[in-house]
Design a protein around this ligand. Sequence first.
Ligand SMILES: [Ca+2]
Ligand SMILES: [Ca+2]
Length: 137
Amino acid sequence: MEHINVHNVEINYTLFCPQANYFRATQYCRFHGMHLASINSQEENDKLEKYIKDFGFGHEHFWTSGTDLADEGNFFWMSTGRPITFTNWNAGEPNNFEYENGEQENCMELWNRDGKGLKWNDSPCSFETYFVCEVQQ
Ligand SMILES: [Ca+2]
Ligand SMILES: [Ca+2]
């Protein structure tokens, strides 16, 4: 097992401007030797939020690797296979909203829904939005 000390780990984020669904975004990150972002602490969350805001994209939506596709209601990070421990959901999320076409919300995005910063929301995996890839060194 790898040992990760979050205080010592340097995380490099790369924000991609093409918009893509969750699966295409996952593929895109892997193609470039990275993974869709996972967020394991307030420190990482703040770092990623600052990174996105510094680009002037704080009002946009961004895929993370979080998903409950395998087990409704139980989110984990697809990029690491690990369950979510630290959480930063928007109020009332995840709500697994069901759309008219029957699609439910199984993929996690960052979204400043309430003007309180980039918090988490479950969203339909087929939606095309921005995404953040990361390299852990
Ligand atoms: Ca769900
Ligand atoms: Ca939702």
